[in-house]
Design a protein around this ligand. Structure first.
Ligand code: SF4
Length: 259
């Protein structure tokens, strides 16, 4: 699978079940995934570790006018926009101007689409940087990835490029003081003879212990939805997703399933 890449800075709006009418902002290049992870289920396909990424990224002075132009068009069409969403070909917070971009986008939202939420799908690997963490805490929907309970399963699923442990990620998520939602993709499969499974009783138990410490506003669970780079992955049934969601609800955390 080669993967789906967004080739525009601003794309959509697309209809999202989680976000409604969502206008996407892609801070990464149109031709390549740039991410600190290489998740086995990534819809962008397999990636590679990239050095000197900054000169390949679109600049703030291109992104902001492109977004403003689209927001004005949508306002003139009286389009009901629900979310301006940072998503696309990799991890948005890797962009060196991420903090300024967030501040600018919040201003544009207030002027042109005050009803819309600002959402960022992030893999949680850059929030050791205070500025990035605080920028994410300012927006309406920081949706932070946490796909595993154990470090072993995290490394098998997310295939992190840098030497960053799951416990470091959890510690940084705790520092967001509850101003976040956690997004988790549940799956089973196998790669190079190694089992991939974040749905086992033991894994779920440890993952819930992390959630209890992170205290997110909500947890968003979902299964594989599209083609994945690794073919040996199984889509988890709605019934099983709901069972896991119930375990999280039991510890008092609002949990939503998108199957
Ligand atoms: S964090 Fe997102 S963009 Fe990065 S590899 Fe995983 S699924 Fe793909």
């Amino acid at each position: 699978m080669s993967g789906i890449l967004w080739d525009e800075l601003v794309f959509g709006p697309i209809r999202s079940r989680r976000l409604g009418n969502s206008l996407g902002v892609n801070l990464l290049p149109g031709s390549k995934k740039i991410c600190t992870f290489n998740c086995v289920y990534c819809e962008c396909g397999w990636g590679e570790e990239i050095e000197n990424k900054d000169d390949k990224l679109p600049k703030l002075e291109k992104i902001i006018p492109a977004l403003e132009k689209r927001l004005i068009e949508l306002k003139e069409q009286k389009f009901d926009l629900n979310s301006i969403t940072f998503a696309g070909n990799g991890e948005p917070s890797l962009h060196p101007e991420f903090v300024e971009i967030i501040n600018n986008v919040l201003q544009l939202r207030d002027i042109h689409a005050p009803q819309a939420k600002v959402t960022c799908l992030s893999n949680s690997t850059m929030i050791h940087k205070v500025g990035i963490r605080e920028a994410l805490m300012k927006i309406d929907n920081p949706w932070m990835k946490l796909d595993a309970g154990s470090d072993l399963m995290y490394r098998r699923i997310n295939k992190v490029f840098k030497n960053l442990s799951l416990s470091e990620i959890v510690e940084n998520l705790i520092k967001m003081k509850g101003n976040l939602s956690i997004q988790t993709l549940l799956l089973r499969g196998e790669m190079d003879g190694e089992i991939i499974d974040n749905t086992s009783e033991k894994e779920v138990e440890v993952w819930i212990e992390h959630l209890k410490k992170i205290k997110p506003r909500s947890v968003i669970l979902y299964p594989i939805d599209r083609e994945t780079p690794l073919s040996k992955l199984e889509k988890i049934s709605d019934e099983e997703l709901e069972k896991i969601a119930d375990k999280v609800r039991k510890v008092g955390i609002n949990t939503v399933v998108y199957s």
